[in-house]
Ligand binder design. Structure first.
Ligand SMILES: [Fe+2]
Ligand SMILES: [Fe+2]
Length: 291
């Protein structure tokens, strides 16, 4: 990905979306420090405009029809077959960015997430979930635009919640005026369960589909819904969920702080960690994964 700021790539890097998540959901443990608070409150930050433009595109173009086409295409998994380790190298080609000296590569974010989970003594499948959770961003390397890879996710085929960030941009989405898709339930039945709901297309659903035979249900929920902030942070769309979703919600909530708040300028010592992760990966995952 280049840093050229064309209409389709408003973000200088995918990290800008994640920086914005930190502005919206600052770490409760560090919010008290003045430096952090100032950073979060900086409304003059030019990144806010690029993030806004990013969401304008995302909310306008993620239609039900768009999602169905992406699913039909990408869920064939006919693009690449790689070992997990080659997949991390591939993903790391995404290290781009306006500020390459201070930003850690994608693998470091994954490793910091998984290490924070491991430090707190959670089960090994959750450590692996942390390690894999953003692997779906390889979609960018298959030529997909930023707005179809990252950003908060939301159900398509029913009315949009005003709990989604920048809800006003949905007015430009063709589904907004579609009589089938614009009612509260749209294509769905009340309490049908999120597994029956089509989510906007991006890196969450893609990595869930790649991993769905290999992790326990709790880990799969963490992968599939980690960017569904309207649900796991704002409590929206309860009317689409069933008892199973309600049980799984606490796992998605447990995962979220590790994703958001584990970033640290100090990269983990991979040479030391490697034997642990090689054993972990080979105990859950096959020799290669298909993308
Ligand atoms: Fe993510
Ligand atoms: Fe992440």
């Amino acid at each position: 990905m280049s840093t050229t700021n064309t209409n389709n790539t408003p973000l200088a890097s995918l990290d800008e979306w994640e920086d914005d998540l930190l502005r919206r959901y600052p770490d409760p443990e560090t919010i008290a420090t003045s430096k952090t608070t100032d950073e979060y409150r900086n409304y003059e930050d030019p990144q806010r405009d690029t993030v806004k433009e990013f969401y304008r595109l995302n909310h306008t173009l993620q239609t039900h029809d768009f999602v169905m086409k992406k699913r039909a295409d990408f869920l064939k998994f006919n693009r690449k077959e790689m070992t997990v380790w080659n997949a991390f190298d591939f993903l790391n080609q995404l290290v781009d960015d306006s500020d390459p000296d201070t930003d850690l590569d994608q693998f470091q974010h994954l490793l910091q997430t998984s290490e924070a989970i491991r430090r707190d003594g959670h089960p090994d499948w959750m450590v692996l979930t942390g390690l894999m959770h953003d692997m779906g961003k390889v979609l960018c390397l298959f030529g997909e635009p930023q707005w179809a890879v990252v950003g908060d996710t939301f159900p398509v085929g029913c009315a949009y919640s005003d709990k989604i960030v920048y809800p006003e941009f949905f007015k430009s989405n063709p589904d907004y005026d579609n009589p089938t898709y614009s009612t509260k339930l749209g294509l769905y039945e009340a309490g049908c369960g999120l597994r029956n709901v089509t989510m906007s297309w991006g890196h969450d659903e893609y990595i869930y589909q790649i991993m769905k035979e290999h992790l326990p249900e709790e880990g799969l929920y963490m992968l599939r819904y980690h960017s569904f902030y309207a649900w796991h942070r704002e409590g929206a769309y309860e009317y689409l969920t069933d008892d199973h979703d309600k049980k799984m919600l606490k796992w998605v909530k447990l995962f979220n702080p590790y994703d958001l708040y584990s970033k640290n300028p100090e990269p983990p010592d991979w040479t030391k960690l490697r034997p642990y992760y090689e054993t972990l990966v080979s105990s859950y995952l096959p020799e290669t994964l298909r993308f």
